[in-house]
Design a protein around this ligand. Structure first.
Ligand code: AP5
Length: 216
């Protein structure tokens, strides 16, 4: 299965991709996570990306396409993948189509996760991630269960993403509407788009997502 999860910041792409990765054994390919790893490693890409991410902008298309080309060439992506946060622009969508055409592995579906604006803001305000294992939590709706630990047995080391502040969130939402929302029509025209109501609990959204990707 080769899948794209499309949706605004906070719509639950990363959370659902992690659930699906565990269930289906398909790698979650999150461009946000790949960029944050580069920031932590202090590479040249990471230093440049950090400035863009703090401002709520988008990293250049050619850089993102290079990252995706390298990631999808790895062995674990041969059986399929879940793209989370990519593509985000028309140029990225076109580049992805060309890349997958060359590999002879077209997309199976693009799932649009639709969430009410006030729910998005609540989700982003309460999001916390584990610095070590990368799991995504929410202080109210999805805190770590009692006794839930990282793989190494230590308690999760939660932090709030620096781009989850009010000003940057406003800019990320505006960039989403301007640059990414047009991809909805693009994938609809290609016959790949499936829409799901991504309001509701984690389990409800999970069930709707599974139903949307089940072959008809
Ligand atoms: P990225 O990390 O991709 O951020 P994003 O797209 O803004 O998406 P988020 O990670 O904010 O939200 P999500 O939909 O994954 O929600 P989550 O599951 O965490 O990108 C960050 C930055 O990197 C970008 O701004 C850009 O600068 C750069 N970048 C990345 N990709 C790029 C690209 N392709 N091109 C150019 N630049 C790029 O959920 C949010 C919260 O809600 C969590 O706390 C979660 O626990 C909770 N939650 C989720 N689902 C539910 C539910 N059903 N009920 C209750 N709570 C829920």
């Amino acid at each position: 299965m080769r899948l794209v999860l499309l949706g605004a910041p906070g719509s639950g792409k990363g959370t659902q991709a992690q659930i699906m990765q565990a269930r289906h054994g398909l790698p979650q390919v999150s461009t946000g996570d790949l960029l944050r790893e580069a920031v932590t490693a202090g590479t040249e890409l990471g230093r440049a990306a950090q400035v863009v991410m703090q401002a709520g902008g988008l990293v250049a298309d050619d850089i993102m396409l290079g990252i995706i080309r390298e990631r999808l060439a790895r062995a674990d992506a041969r059986r399929g993948f879940i793209l989370d946060g990519f593509p985000r622009t028309q140029a990225q969508a076109d580049g992805l189509s060309t890349l997958l055409q060359d590999l002879g592995t077209p997309l199976d579906a693009v799932v649009l996760m639709e969430v009410d604006p006030e729910v998005l803001l609540r989700r982003l305000a309460g999001r916390r991630s584990c610095r070590r294992c990368g799991r995504v939590f929410h202080i109210e709706t999805n805190p770590p269960a009692p006794g839930d630990r990282c793989a190494d047995g230590r308690a999760h080391d939660l932090f709030q993403r620096p781009d989850d502040n009010e000003a940057t969130v406003r800019q990320r939402l505006s960039i989403y509407r301007e640059r990414t929302q047009p991809l909805i029509d693009h994938y609809e025209r290609m016959g790949l788009l499936r829409r799901i109501d991504a309001n509701g609990t984690l389990d409800e959204v999970d069930a709707r997502l599974e139903a949307a990707i089940t072959p008809r």
